[in-house]
Design a protein around this ligand. Structure first.
Ligand code: OGA
Ligand code: NI
Length: 357
């Protein structure tokens, strides 16, 4: 992109700094400040069906033999089309995940001043703070986060990465590498399912695609059902790989106009299709709205790794997919797409609605 390191993430725009939620929550407040009260979502119902769960994709099956490969590939295709979400098991990343979980927990346990060493700088999206706050009266999420951009390496800005714990940096580096690898593996399988040349999809993400890692910290809230940990949104990137750090549930996805709570399998990675992959697939795959709720007594932590195409990639349906069908989305430059995302409130699927033809 031809600019110096510090400018790369700052050129995208930032967020208004707001109070640290972890320290707010530790004050044992009698009343939750009004900016966190989300009455607008109170009427939304949970989808209370124990039998309904997102598909589980077993990566081991792809290495067993042709018939297992074929049936798991079909399962993956349906997961991407009908759910936009699945849990991935036997992914071979357990070691990296355990290390990443440990350093994330240690980071959020540090005293506030030490965490603030990695505080978001003005006009930047990287660092410790909150995201998508653009006005002083906007409702706020009951969470803090640490967002870092490990890839592409030319954009990596380790100055803002936590120095404590000392193992943070190597753990994130290994984690980043492993999640990138897994995302490419999945994209290759998805390309096969979409019947496009694998390289036509994979080359957009590898080797120079972007990767953001967002570590979410949701403090407990005495009025847990009146606040939201994360506003309903779809991920405005290609592919998200999310892990639960502790055993507190909170992720819910939009299903049949209700909210379906996700029950994470221990060690699994929750994968979801982002807006950009919905566009690349010309709508064959869906980027599903989701949100996070908080617990009334326990803190919850999660880590999302977001994978994006190279910055010079146009966001448009893959040419192979619009030979026989008309494009369902407008073409937009990636940089303009990012500006649109960062200038918006985190708000349902508004960006996709704007791009739909
Ligand atoms: C996200 C996200 C859900 C969770 O970070 O984009 O959707 O469970 N997180 O924390
Ligand atoms: Ni998300």
């Amino acid at each position: 992109m031809g600019s110096s390191k510090g400018e790369n993430s700052s050129q995208y725009g930032g967020s208004i700094p707001v109070e640290n939620v972890q320290s707010l929550a530790s004050k044992n407040l009698i009343e939750i400040p009004p900016r966190y009260l989300r009455g607008e979502y109170e009427s939304e119902e949970l989808l209370d069906d124990e039998a309904l769960e997102i598909p589980v994709i077993d990566m081991h099956k792809f290495a067993v033999g042709p018939s297992e490969y074929k049936s798991e590939l079909e399962k993956l295709h349906l997961a991407c089309k009908d759910w936009g979400f699945f849990q991935m098991i036997n992914h071979g990343a357990l070691e990296e995940i355990e290390k990443m979980k440990a350093v994330t927990e240690e980071f959020f346990k540090l005293p506030l001043e030490e965490k603030m060493v990695s505080a978001q700088l003005p006009h930047s999206i990287e660092g410790y703070g909150q995201a998508f706050v653009h006005s002083d009266d906007q409702k706020l999420d009951w969470a803090d986060m640490l967002f870092l951009l490990p890839r592409p390496s030319s954009n990596k800005n380790t100055e803002i990465w936590p120095k404590a714990p000392p193992s943070f940096r190597p753990a994130l580096e290994e984690y980043s590498e492993k999640m990138h690898e897994l995302s490419i593996k999945l994209l290759r399988l998805m390309a096969e399912n979409l019947k496009v040349e694998p390289e036509s999809l994979v080359s957009k993400f590898d080797p120079d695609g972007g990767q953001g890692v967002r570590m979410n910290y949701y403090p407990p809230c005495t009025e847990a059902n009146k606040v939201l940990g994360l506003t309903p949104h779809s991920d405005s990137i290609g592919l998200t790989l999310l892990i639960q750090v502790n055993d507190v549930e909170g992720l819910q996805i939009r299903k049949s106009r209700k909210w379906l709570p996700i029950k994470p399998i221990a060690g699994a990675i929750v994968v979801n299709i982002g807006d950009i992959l919905e566009v690349f697939s010309n709508g064959e795959y869906s980027s599903i709205e989701h949100r996070a709720v908080v617990n009334n007594v326990k803190e919850r932590l999660s880590i999302a790794a977001f994978h994006s195409p190279h910055i010079d990639t146009d966001i448009a349906p893959l040419p192979e997919l619009v030979q026989d069908n008309s494009p369902k989305y407008k073409t937009i430059r990636h940089i303009d797409f990012i500006r649109l995302v960062l200038g918006s409130h985190l708000d349902g699927k508004s960006i996709l609605d704007y791009l739909k033809l």
